[in-house]
Design a protein around this ligand. Structure first.
Ligand code: ADP
Ligand code: MG
Length: 225
């Protein structure tokens, strides 16, 4: 099994308030799966994705990727996991403002010293997200939706086995959303595993062969919510 979550829990404490963002989640994602987790705002989707991607540590439970415990393998293994195995699409674009679109897409490769060979791939990815001709633009010169598309291209640059996507089509118009979903389908066909969280039911039904789960109050339900 590629991704396994066992009794995963995460609680936030701010002053007197205690929020159990993720509550006792068990989840198995096989290599090549396309999983969509649907839930309203505040249901714990972003927190769950952060736990799986090794960006947040759980209070209880375990995340295993390829059988290896995210938090039991040391910082180097966790960094490699985040840099090589996983491509993240965050809810907000999070581009570096002083780098061009092309440089932002190439950024994950700077840690690997393989930049030169991958420029072509980066340009292909920018084309796939509909940004041909924008390679030299800086984030401030791009619309919110275009910035998001650069961030989507960036997630694929390392040819990650797993894509973790948080509201990937959040602020995109319908046509651009369709382009992005076509791109996802293409990578899925090539074997990439997807875990997408969204409040957008439309995304779940559009993607063929996807497995749809529902999240509510930090809990995953395997039927209708
Ligand atoms: P979703 O992505 O489904 O909107 P989140 O995982 O962002 O849900 O949030 C789940 C719950 O945890 C919400 O009630 C939210 O307010 C709370 N929460 C999220 N992040 C934090 C944080 N850093 N500190 C305190 N509470 C948080
Ligand atoms: Mg969220």
């Amino acid at each position: 099994m590629l991704i396994v979550c066992e009794q995963l829990s995460k609680t936030y404490r701010a002053d007197a308030a205690v929020v159990q963002a993720v509550a006792d989640v068990n989840l198995e994602v096989a290599g090549g799966d396309f999983v969509v987790i649907l839930g309203h705002s505040g249901s714990g989707k972003t927190t769950l994705l952060s736990l799986i991607g090794g960006l947040t540590s759980p209070d209880h439970g375990i995340v295993r990727i390829h059988g290896r415990d995210n938090w039991g393998s040391g910082d180097t293994a966790l960094s490699l996991l985040r840099n090589r195995t996983i491509g993240f699409i965050f809810q907000f674009a999070s581009l570096i403002p002083t780098l061009t679109a092309l440089e932002n897409v190439l950024l994950p490769l700077y840690f690997q010293k393989r930049t030169a060979k991958r420029k072509e791939r980066a340009l292909d990815l920018l084309a796939a997200v509909g940004l041909t001709g924008k390679a030299g633009a800086y984030p401030a010169q791009l619309s919110g939706g275009q910035q998001r598309r650069v961030a989507i291209a960036r997630a694929f640059i390392n040819e990650p086995e797993i894509i973790l996507a948080d509201e990937p089509t959040g602020d995109l118009d319908e046509e651009t959303e369709a382009d992005i979903l076509t791109m996802f389908a293409r990578f899925h066909q090539q074997g990439t595993t997807f875990l997408v969280v969204t409040h957008n039911a439309h995304l779940a039904v559009t993607q063929r062969n996807s497995r749809i789960l529902h999240m509510k109050n930090g809990r995953l339900a395997y039927g209708q919510a």
